[in-house]
Design a protein around this ligand. Structure first.
Ligand code: ATP
Ligand code: MG
Length: 230
């Protein structure tokens, strides 16, 4: 399974999700490759911190806009159970390259209307990629949700009309995500009893089911995407 965390908006949790998925799969004994496709090198730096602290790490490699080309990622991906690609917060060659090789594109979206509006551009890029690759799956992951914070009306409209399913799993705004990364760990190891750990386990399982078409993760429940302004 090759999962790409992508989307143009910065700070919505692409790297946090990528690192935690990779770390959770590793902790379950899977062979994991974490592809850092972002020049900011968040995933690489995390891998270095993990190694310095003596933690088991997935293989972390830097790749760019050539990753979809023959002899690049496809050549190494076969040796891994899970490949996670952390994309940069921009549209461009690197993102397109990731979408040419990924099985699933996960689009993290923060809890504000502005976050959801920013998704619109990414949705266009996804649909372009799908005209070239029918098999590319895509889904939206709500992140950084605080308590009962709800999405604005604009956000709901954008998400519901996007044609891309919204995963049932949501990631809360939790300090454990920040602390785990600083410690060179994923939340499932850093704080196994924290709700963050449950969220990541649930996300991993949901993505697997999604890829295998076992469950449609579409959630058009207006109650859970309530208008913040209401
Ligand atoms: N669910 C969360 N709970 C708490 N903090 C979070 C969560 N998700 C992300 N953060 C924090 O928000 C900041 C940005 O997160 P992250 O680096 O994962 O976003 P990103 O989408 O990869 O950003 P960029 O587009 O710049 O690469 C980080 O400081 C991270 O610790
Ligand atoms: Mg990032």
């Amino acid at each position: 399974m090759i999962v790409a965390l992508t989307g143009q908006k910065g700070g919505v949790g692409k790297s946090t999700t990528a690192i935690n998925l990779a770390a959770a799969a590793l902790a379950r004994g899977k062979k994991v490759l974490l592809v850092d496709a972002d020049p900011q090198a968040t995933a690489r730096t995390w891998g270095e911190v993990a190694a310095e602290n003596g933690h088991e790490t997935p293989t972390v490699v830097a790749m760019g806009s050539n990753m979809h080309k023959p002899g690049q990622l496809a050549a190494v991906a076969a040796g891994y159970d899970l490949v996670v690609i952390d994309c940069p917060p921009r549209h461009g060659d690197i993102q397109r390259s990731a979408l040419m090789i990924a099985d699933i594109a996960v689009l993290p979206c923060g809890p504000s209307a502005a976050d959801a509006w920013a998704l619109a551009g990414t949705l266009e890029v996804i649909s372009e990629a799908r005209t070239l690759r029918d098999e590319l799956r895509a889904c939206i992951l709500l992140t950084r949700k605080q308590g009962r914070t709800a999405l604005g009306k604009g956000a709901r409209n954008v998400l519901e009309s996007s044609g891309i399913p919204v995963l049932k799993t949501e990631l809360g705004q939790r300090i454990a995500y920040q602390e785990a990364i600083a410690a060179g760990l994923g939340v499932t190891k850093y704080a196994p009893r924290d709700p963050a750990a449950k969220e990541i386990v649930s996300l991993f399982a949901e993505l697997e089911r999604f890829l295998h078409g076992e469950e449609a993760p579409v959630r058009h429940d207006p109650q859970s995407v309530v208008c913040a302004a209401e």
